[in-house]
Design a protein around this ligand. Sequence first.
Ligand SMILES: [Ca+2]
Ligand SMILES: [Ca+2]
Ligand SMILES: [Ca+2]
Ligand SMILES: [Ca+2]
Length: 497
Amino acid sequence: MYGLKRIRIPLATAAAAAILGTGVTASVAAPNPATPAVKEQGSAPTAAFGSAAAKDSIPEGIIVGYKKRTDAARSDAEARADARAKGAKVGEHLGFDRRLGTGAALVGFDSKMAAEDVKDVMAAYASDPDVAYVVPDERMYATATPNDPLYTQQWDLFENHAGMRVPGAWKRGITGKGVNVSVIDTGYVAHSDLAANIVPGYDFISDPSRARDGDGRDSDPADQGDWVRRGECGTNAAGEPLPDRDRNNTWHGTHVSGTIAATANNSNGITGIAHRARIQPVRVLGKCGGSTSDIIDAITWSSGGTVWGVPRNRHPADVINMSLGGGRTCDLGSQLAINAAVARGTTVVVSAGNENSDAANQSPASCANVINVAASDREGNRAAYSNYGWTVDITAPGGETKPNVSNGILSTLNSGTRGVGLENYDFYQGTSMAAPHITGLAALMYDANSRIRPAQVEAAIKLHARLLPGVCVGGCGAGLADASATLASVRGFRLGR
Ligand SMILES: [Ca+2]
Ligand SMILES: [Ca+2]
Ligand SMILES: [Ca+2]
Ligand SMILES: [Ca+2]
């Protein structure tokens, strides 16, 4: 039912972990410049949409429930004879097809019948005292397959093997509606596939030289671009220039946001995991990264806490996504901010980092009270760049671009390398891409049960994870997240709503 199209792209270089600058950096593994931007296809919707069509269509048969202890309830031969007799009565050919698990008889129509004829057949059964009920055997359609033309390339959502099995959650009618998600990142660049879900955020970058908008903190979290020249961010401990080469804009926060909540079923681009959730862009990463102090304030404000000089947040987050990190263990300042956010009921999701090393040496990945997410590839192995270890809670698709095949994560972007260009879509890979998968899943869980607590979110995601179908050396937490299995469990305690 779901397309399993392999994506072929021109030769791509192997990716290395990206150090985007000093301080805290976005943990996207090198966005691959050789990967072509995916342009809008403008193709027709790919999926049939069901309910309206189903109501107008002619059923292909009927389901007949005979009363207990009637002959036709016990004997297929009797049910077959009854179908022949009823058909003769109304002038149609009816045939007994099979017995359903409920014991009801499935009665098929020989040829296409008019709606009036179907009514007559049903009336003939309904008037029989041996019949408990008769209902049309309608054609059902998957209502959960988005019509977004690039959805077929979102293997990370729908592939059963190593995707997050999201469609099973959508089939339950859960889309993240009414859930607030703060994306603490580079901000937001306008994109038509996200605009409907964006709510006002804030720009917490206090250093004008990193902000590129001419001032310190302000209420406009528009991403000003994070391109930098070689060496513009200083040097590392070894005296080497940071970054080691010129870098273009990443539009990192917009890519992360698209994975969480790009608009679905708008015949445009991709679909987000929690595509009815609200995204609040909270800007902390500029040119040369961001500072721990700005991030602490962003965590506090996003979760509904008070930050001096900043207006109250009118959309306090149910879930915070932080696809960012720095090379040290969790500091107490960050930990206290996270603890307070969790105490306010906000689930905090973070990326494990892209150093192919122990996430215990990364912050906020190593903080307590967070869901720390490692990345897997399309085969279900730990991605080669992904951090690992005992602090990892769960693994989700982060993609891995291999020679000739793009198995990265497709999401919303912008083509501007040094300024704002046209909106587009492209593949990125990284634990930055894995974390928003878990954020999207958490948002779906808040939709299913608005009273769910962060500890319950984390426990349910872990409990319903599956073994990685590939290889993970070093520790991938509870395994690969499974949205369908997780949401099936959340419905169980929806009673509190
Ligand atoms: Ca500013
Ligand atoms: Ca600004
Ligand atoms: Ca879309
Ligand atoms: Ca944890």
